[in-house]
Design a binder for this molecule. Structure first.
Ligand SMILES: *Cc1c(COP(=O)(O)O)cnc(C)c1O
Ligand SMILES: [Zn+2]
Length: 414
C-alpha cells in the first residue's frame, strides 16, 4: 500500500504496523479501531485545486493519494463516487438557513453510500489475491458488496440473518452473491462470518474492524469539500448506525484541511432513531455505548451494538457537533419533504440526517442563517414500503371525461 504510512489506535494512540495484518489495536481489542495514516505532505503535493480541476476521473479514485489502494482499483469498471451536491433553495428558505445542499448518495451503483467502502474492499481483495470478499449484513453493505463484486468478477460471500428486507435481498439474488442464510439474528451471523472469513482467507468487508472501509466512506467528505471550493459549510448532518460513516466524515474533512483544500472542519451531527440510539446516549453521558435491542423503521441504522463508536464519538466532540435522536415519525416526514421539496427520494435511514437538521432548527441548536449540508445515504427505492406511511394511491376513477374533471377538481387543477 504505497500511500499508507501507518495505523493508529483511536483510543490509546498505539501504532499498529500495516504489515501485521491486524485490523484492531492489539492492546484495546475490538474497541480499538484504527486510523489509517498517510504522508500528508505528499498528499498536499498530489492533490491541489489545479490538479483536481484538471482530473476528469470523477470517481473516488481521484483522491488516490489519501486512499489505501495501490492498483486494485483498476478491477472496478463501475464509477463509485462523484454523486451530486444538490442546492435545495426552497428548503433552505423554509428552514431559515443561509444555504442547504443535499449530497445524494442514493445515486451510487447499488444506490447507497456503502459503495464507497465496498469499492475499497474489492480493490484491496484484488491486491491481496483473495478468492472472495465476505460480510455479514441484512442490508446495504451486502447489496453493495454483491454489486461491486459482480462488476469486478469476484465472489462475494454474504452471511444473512433470517429477516432481510426485500429490495436489498433482490439485489443479492440478482447479482449472484454466494449467500449463507443463517437461522439466527444479525449478531450470530456476524460472529459466524468473522470466523469463516479468517478460516477461508476471504477478504473481510466488516465495518467496525476493517479500518480501510472508513477510508472509502470518508470520500463523501472529500467530495463535499471539493464541491464547496474549500469553504466549509457550518454544519453537516448524516444518519448513524454503527457510526462508521459519521466517524469517517471527521477524518475526511480534517485531511482536506491538513492539505489546504478546506478552510475548517464543519460541526458534524450524527442522527440516530430514538429506538436505536446507543451512540447518542453515550455522547450525552460521556461513557461508552450500552448495547440495546434496537427498534426503528429505518432498518439501515437499526443497530444495537455500534461497532465504530470510538470514531463516531470523536467526530462529534472534536468537530463541535453532536449525536442526536429523532423519532421515526420525524424520519418519515423527512422522507416526504425531501422527496417533494427537493426531488430526492431517500430510504428512511437516508433521510435521518435531514430529520436531524429540521429538529435542530426547531430546537435552536442550528442557528438561523447557517449553511448546512445533509447527506442522503441511500435511495428510497431500497424501501418502497415506507412511502405507505405518508401517501396512498388514489382510488381508480371511471374511464370517462366527467370523472377526470371531477378528479382534477379534487386536486385543485380544474
Ligand atoms: C449503513 C447506512 C447508514 C449508517 O451507516 P453507519 O456507518 O452504520 O453509521 C445510514 N444510512 C444508510 C442508507 C446506510 O446504508
Ligand atoms: Zn489501543
Amino acid at each position: 500500500m504505497t500511500h499508507v504510512i501507518g495505523l493508529r489506535c483511536v483510543l490509546c494512540g498505539r501504532e499498529e504496523p500495516p504489515e501485521s495484518g491486524r485490523m484492531v489495536c492489539a492492546r484495546c481489542g475490538d474497541d480499538g479501531t484504527l486510523d489509517v495514516e498517510y504522508d500528508l505532505g505528499e498528499a498536499r503535493r498530489a492533490l491541489t485545486r489545479e490538479s483536481l480541476d484538471a482530473d476528469r476521473d470523477r470517481s473516488i479514485w481521484r483522491y488516490r493519494a489519501l486512499l489505501p489502494v495501490s492498483g486494485g482499483e483498476a478491477r472496478l469498471p463501475l464509477r463509485v463516487g462523484g454523486t451530486p451536491l444538490v442546492p435545495a433553495e426552497r428548503l433552505a428558505r423554509a428552514l431559515g438557513l443561509g444555504a442547504l445542499h443535499v449530497k445524494d448518495d442514493g445515486r451510487m451503483p447499488s444506490a447507497s453510500l456503502k459503495d464507497r467502502a465496498s469499492a475499497v474492499a474489492v480493490a484491496l481483495a484484488a491486491e491481496a489475491g483473495a478468492r472472495a470478499v465476505a460480510c455479514a449484513s441484512t442490508g446495504n453493505a451486502a447489496s453493495s458488496l454483491a454489486t461491486l463484486s459482480a462488476a469486478a468478477g469476484m465472489r462475494s460471500v454474504i452471511f444473512l440473518p433470517e429477516a432481510a428486507p426485500l429490495a436489498k435481498l433482490a439485489q443479492l439474488l440478482a447479482h449472484g452473491a454466494d449467500l449463507v442464510r443463517v437461522r439466527a439474528g444479525y449478531d450470530t451471523a456476524f460472529d459466524l462470518a468473522a470466523r469463516a472469513t479468517v478460516e477461508h482467507g476471504f477478504y473481510p468487508r466488516n465495518t467496525g474492524t476493517n479500518p480501510y472501509l472508513s477510508e472509502g466512506k470518508k470520500t463523501v467528505a472529500l467530495e463535499i469539500a471539493e464541491d464547496m471550493r474549500g469553504h466549509a459549510p457550518d454544519r453537516v448532518y448524516v444518519g448513524a448506525g454503527d457510526g462508521c460513516i459519521f466517524g469517517s466524515l471527521y477524518k475526511g474533512f480534517r485531511e482536506m484541511v491538513a492539505i489546504g483544500l478546506l478552510d475548517r472542519v464543519p460541526a458534524l451531527v450524527g442522527v440516530q432513531a430514538e429506538g436505536a440510539a446507543p451512540l447518542a446516549r453515550a455522547f450525552v453521558s460521556g461513557g461508552r455505548p450500552e448495547p440495546i435491542e434496537p427498534s426503528t423503521i429505518a432498518d439501515s441504522i437499526s443497530v444495537g451494538r455500534p461497532r465504530d463508536w470510538a470514531k463516531a464519538l470523536r467526530a462529534a466532540r472534536a468537530s463541535g457537533g453532536a449525536i442526536r435522536t429523532v423519532a421515526d415519525a420525524e424520519i418519515i416526514d423527512a422522507v416526504r419533504v425531501l422527496a417533494r421539496e427537493a426531488g430526492i427520494f431517500a430510504e428512511p435511514a437516508g433521510a435521518a440526517g435531514f430529520a436531524g437538521l429540521v429538529a435542530d432548527r426547531r430546537e435552536g441548536r442550528c442557528p438561523e442563517g447557517a449553511a448546512a449540508v445533509v447527506i442522503v445515504t441511500g435511495s428510497g427505492l431500497k424501501d418502497p414500503g415506507a412511502v405507505a406511511r405518508f401517501a396512498a394511491a388514489p382510488e381508480p376513477i371511471a374511464p370517462e371525461t366527467r370523472a377526470v374533471e371531477t378528479r382534477l377538481a379534487e386536486l385543485g387543477l380544474a
